[in-house]
Design a protein around this ligand. Structure first.
Ligand code: GCB
Length: 614
């Protein structure tokens, strides 16, 4: 097996590779694998559309008996010989049915609805190589592990279902006809992130856009432009160039802000800047102003739309551009409104943001994994602040260094993709993890890594409501000390107590800004009855009436995120009729019907009935 020669990598890339190749399938030599940023602003050749697929239930054409990846499988894209000697294995993409990419496989073919395992994708494409150009295959996300061949050469692997990755294909493309084969394995793993149990549907497949991206030989693979903390009139950041000449000239231009920075790369390919900017119109929910930013380095150039703002904490307050804010938000899973399945289009994203606007929300927690990049782009334009999270959900193999490497890889991929989005104010490293020293060390280190990767945003995690005896709930988890903002998930009135008992419950929480990152109760849309009858809309409404009153007694609370915007598919919700495989804590049903609680919260957020910024 041969791979393109390894070239000089971004400093982060080596760790990303380690995380990506930690699955027991180590190729002899690794390809250049970096994370391109701003791909949605670069000219690309889209490979979205119809891909042939074959289901490989036993995984035999991908894995050897001991679990390693073998190279003679369907990645060869051979065709069965109809005459003469047997050739290849018994498969044929050319005659296979197709699936839409992007898209989960579960909601496209009823026989794949509950399928978890290996599924092979194949498509042909034509290509004319251009001089002095390198080409990358960009995959927006593939859940959960993927193995990629182009023209019978295995080019890269990736683990992690919610973040993008790029593999260089320059040396394996031919003029004219080419083909790509991708094996996606959605099998849940004890050492995966998330691990084997999660309260959301394990949609498999090439769930986000796939494209080919051309770049010059030396190209920008990462950059950051942000408001310099503590100022309102300076922009700072860096541009990173791969394989550039020494001291390569780089420019950053923002005409509307009068910025024209000319800088040079250092020995690692990084060029830093810190320049004055004219009368900046700072980004906020009331003023989601985005500037056109142009970056050029040698023959490479790109543009982006970026907002500038400062987010920081001061004691128990959260300050946006120096002013205390309160986050009126909600949680959202990446479950497509109306049609179900994983969000993968502008239409899905518009529907979700329509609901957020109706709710008068200024904040959304995108749980429990990074969502489609369209979500953050839309949040930038609509002025909705975002909490973005990696899927360290409840029980993870925190004792394993290989799992830590995967978590760091996912954190890097999330931050690399979205550090240009003003809307993103919080990076979350986990949700509801058990309080023990091994977990605390793992997540404190991860929080420190997040601070190191991005010093301009706040780092958080969501904790489960303390369940000590008595009505005073005391959060003592030491992980809170490593975070800027503490998320508290609580279900007083659903998993414990009845809604009317909520006001007697008191919380003793760390002296940090607190976001109530989850609270909610189930209701089946259209199910009406007395307010003490569980699963009715009236019960859910009563839950929120009492919960808002209870939560507003906690002095450090700086944000609310009810659980959850819409009903979502979950394999753990199996009460027939009431649930039918859906977590029903949505304020809206999966087919778009607003429940009574939606109208109540909409008013709370409009009138700011509860919630104090300071
Ligand atoms: C939680 C979890 C979330 C679940 C939710 C529930 O605490 O963080 O992923 O879906 O509760 O509905 O139980």
């Amino acid at each position: 097996m041969t791979f393109p020669a390894s070239r000089r990598l971004h400093p982060l890339a080596s760790l990303i590779i380690a995380a990506s190749f930690s699955t027991g399938s180590t190729p002899a030599q690794q390809p250049l694998k970096t994370l391109l940023v701003d791909v949605d602003h670069r000219p690309v050749t889209s490979l979205d559309g119809d891909w042939h697929y074959l289901v490989d239930m036993t995984g035999r054409s991908l894995y050897t008996a001991d679990g390693a990846v073998h190279d003679g499988g369907y990645g060869m894209n051979e065709h069965p010989a109809l005459v003469g000697e047997r050739k290849g294995q018994e498969y044929d993409f050319a005659q296979a049915p197709t699936l839409k990419v992007p898209g989960d496989w579960n909601t496209q073919d009823p026989t794949l609805f509950r399928y978890e395992g290996v599924l092979w994708y194949q498509r042909d494409f034509t290509w004319q190589p251009k001089p002095d150009t390198r080409t990358f295959l960009h995959i927006g996300a593939a859940n959960y592990r993927s193995y990629i061949w182009v023209n019978q050469k295995r080019i890269c692997d990736h683990e992690g279902g919610f973040t993008p990755f790029d593999c260089e294909v320059t040396s394996v493309l031919h003029p004219g006809n080419n083909f790509v084969v991708i094996a996606v394995d959605s099998t849940r793993l004890v050492d995966g992130i998330p691990s084997v149990i999660a309260d959301w549907y394990n949609y498999g497949g090439l769930t986000r856009d796939v494209s080919l991206v051309d770049v010059p030989n030396a190209f920008v693979d990462d950059f950051d432009v942000h408001l310099k903390p503590g100022t309102t009139d300076r922009l700072a950041g860096y541009v990173h160039v791969v394989d550039g000449a020494a001291a390569m000239p780089v420019s950053v231009r923002i005409p509307e802000a009068g910025v024209e920075a000319s800088i040079k790369t250092d020995a690692t390919g990084r060029a830093e800047f810190d320049v004055p900017a004219k009368s900046l119109s700072l980004w906020s929910p009331d003023n989601p102003h985005l500037y056109k930013v142009s970056i050029a380095a040698g023959n490479d150039s790109l543009t982006d739309d970026i907002g500038f703002r400062e987010i920081r904490v001061d004691g128990t307050r959260i300050l946006l551009n120096g002013k205390p804010i309160f986050l009126y938000g909600v949680n959202a899973h990446a479950e497509a409104p109306y049609r179900t399945g994983r969000v993968d289009s502008d239409k899905d994203v518009e529907a979700i943001f329509g609901f957020l606007k109706d709710l008068n929300a200024n904040f959304v927690r995108l749980c429990h994994y990074p969502h489609d990049e369209r979500m953050e782009r839309m949040a930038d334009r609509k002025g909705i602040m975002v909490w973005s999270e990696i899927p360290n959900w409840q029980h993870i193999s925190f004792d394993k260094p290989s799992v830590y490497a995967k978590a760091v890889g996912m954190l890097q991929e999330m931050i690399r993709r979205d550090r240009d989005k003003a809307s993103v104010i919080l990076w979350s490293v986990a949700n509801e993890t058990p309080d023990n020293p091994t977990r605390t060390e793992f997540l404190s280190n991860l929080a420190a890594e997040a601070h190191k990767l991005d010093s301009t945003r706040l780092v958080t995690a969501a904790f489960l409501q303390p369940n000590n005896p008595g009505d005073t709930k005391i959060l003592t988890d030491p992980l809170a000390q490593s975070l800027d903002v503490v998320g508290v998930n609580e279900y007083v009135g659903w998993y414990s107590y009845t809604p009317d008992q909520a006001e007697k419950v008191k919380f003793v929480l760390p002296e940090k800004p607190i976001i109530i990152s989850e609270f909610g109760a189930e209701a089946k849309a259209g199910n009406h009855g007395p307010k003490d009858q569980r699963w009715t809309e009236e019960y859910q409404l009563d839950f929120y009436r009492h919960n808002f009153a209870m939560l507003s007694n906690i002095p450090q609370v700086r944000g609310f995120a009810p659980w959850v915007l819409m009903d979502f598919r979950s394999p753990t919700r199996n009460i027939p009729v009431l649930q039918d495989g859906y977590n029903r804590k949505g304020l809206i049903s999966e087919d778009g019907k607003k429940k009574l609680a939606f109208d109540f919260i909409e008013k709370v957020y409009k009138d700011h009935t509860y919630g104090k910024p300071e």
